[in-house]
Design a binder for this molecule. Sequence first.
Ligand SMILES: [Zn+2]
Length: 365
Amino acid sequence: MTGRFDIVATDGAARAGVLETSHGPVETPVFMPVGTKASVKAVMPGELRDLGAQIVLGNSYHLYFRPGAERIDRLGGLHRFMGWDGAILTDSGGYQVFSLRDTATIDDSGVDFRSVYDGSQHRFTPELAMEIQRLLGSDIAMAFDECPPAGVERAKLEDAVRRTSLWAQRCRTCMPAPGQLVFGIVQGGIDLELRERSAAHIVSLGFDGHAIGGLTVGESREAMFATTRATAEMLPSERPRYFMGIGDPEGVIEAIAAGVDMFDCVLPTRLGRTGSALVTGGRLNLRNAIHADDERPLEEGCTCPACATFSRAYIRHLITQDEIVGLRLLTLHNLHVLFELVRGAREAIRAGTFSKYRSTRLSAP
Ligand SMILES: [Zn+2]
């Protein structure tokens, strides 16, 4: 049944589960690559599937402007439009509206802002955000929330929590697409009292899952991890928990340890396009001349399409000559690293060896 979430194993606070969606089961912990404009940049749907992707993200803000949510609906919905038959989660567009906040003005009914595409004036409301996601036909829709940057004064943070609650309530009354799950978002910055308040109200609205929003917006790593641990505990264990916007291997492992099930981030694809590979213990910048004669793969033992065939020297050559295959190979490798990381975590949780897995991954040289 769509929306059913079974926890199959726990190890400490970490959990391994299965979330049923309209496009099949999603095994958690899961990493969701970001397909902002109906494409995970440089990667074909079949390649995503082969790498082990189960669910990808789409972005309401961008798809609303180009090519338009109604057009995607006419063309059969986002799955058919982008040729992806796995699950899709759409964000509400709130994050994009607020990350361009110098042009945004907010009140309790919605947000006025200028489009990044042509500067035209627009208004997003919770109702419009839900309608866009209904038209896109994603498997999981996100409630429209207010996400303030780190370091704002408490009164502003408090106001964002209040408004996020108000908007969540309105999102809850909107009709989703058939079989579409709706997740609520907890705000409150790194203020645990506000997190508590936000979590209590959002949970009371009976969403299908809960997201921890408003982190990785400029706060310190320690504060981010501490807030994640505390907030995860405030959320009911029987529903999936989603950390919005984390994708570095250490961050993902720590969030899994805190009891979070779902993650997304542009990091692996963006790093790939800027010439860097995620490797054990850090990153390789393939633009660096040190790789020019290096016959080794990006990572010894890696089974991704890049490492199976090609050397660092070759990939460096492609990157420095702006050959498109170079950034594709780095993107495939980086996605593979994230998928393997969470697959390993799922196995370790099932085997009861997650704390060992965690310390091995975090202490890698
Ligand atoms: Zn590789």
